[in-house]
Design a protein around this ligand. Structure first.
Ligand code: ITT
Length: 194
């Protein structure tokens, strides 16, 4: 699994295990050697991470590039969500500070994810998912990761951080992308004979 984000790893591991795969983490050293990822396009970044990792580890690799698009912030931070969070004391603090600075209490928002799978020979497949909700300035809940405490899901009456991992995987941008990719992931696995 071509990610250094423990939250993504937890969610994708559960999905992979349910589908009969055995997820393996990449080493910290490999992550440190990974080339800088593009921050303008989810698909480009996910494909790059998957291809690079598969070539280095000699196994089928799964990568995720994702982000939060806030309508009142003209769609940002988007593919730069990790950078936006790192620059300002974490995702929740960064977003709440920016919203308060602009006098915004809540806004429609969308999580997006692209998952890419690659083989060591360079075959690639990808799929995307999107999850609509609202961002709020009062964080709630202890679960999940990243922006989850400030992403409110109207159909559940809860923030993502108040959902279980199973509930989140059923609804999330990542869960949707995974289910769309699954047949292709299985196909790529057969080409490796694993
Ligand atoms: P890898 O590239 O190593 O996978 P990353 O955290 O750098 O990890 P991204 O560049 O894709 O990954 O950044 C995505 C950011 O968007 C992530 O760090 C979170 O802040 C946010 N994000 C994505 N999906 C999320 C989710 O399900 N819940 C909360 N925040 C999420």
């Amino acid at each position: 699994m071509a990610t250094g984000n423990p939250g993504k790893y937890r969610e994708l591991s559960a999905l992979l295990r349910e589908a009969g795969f055995i997820p393996l983490p990449v080493s910290g050293q490999l992550l440190a050697e990974a080339p800088e990822e593009p921050t303008d396009d989810y698909r480009k970044a996910a494909v790059m991470k998957a291809k690079w990792t598969a070539a280095r580890v000699g196994k089928l690799a799964l990568a995720d590039d994702s982000g939060l698009e806030v309508e009142a912030l003209d769609g940002s931070p988007g593919p730069q969500s990790a950078r936006f969070a790192a620059a300002a004391g974490g995702p929740v603090a960064a977003l709440v500070t920016e919203m308060r600075r602009r006098g915004i209490e809540r806004s429609p928002a969308r999580f997006r994810a692209v998952l890419a799978a690659a083989t060591p020979a360079g075959q690639v497949r990808w799929a995307e998912g999107a999850w609509d909700g609202e961002v709020i300035v009062t964080p709630r809940g202890e679960g999940g990761f990243g922006y989850d405490p400030v992403f409110f899901v109207p159909t559940m009456g809860k923030t993502v951080a108040e959902l279980s991992l199973q509930q989140k995987n059923l609804l999330s941008h990542r869960g949707q992308a995974f289910r769309r990719l699954l047949d292709q992931l299985r196909f790529l696995a057969t080409t490796l004979g694993s």
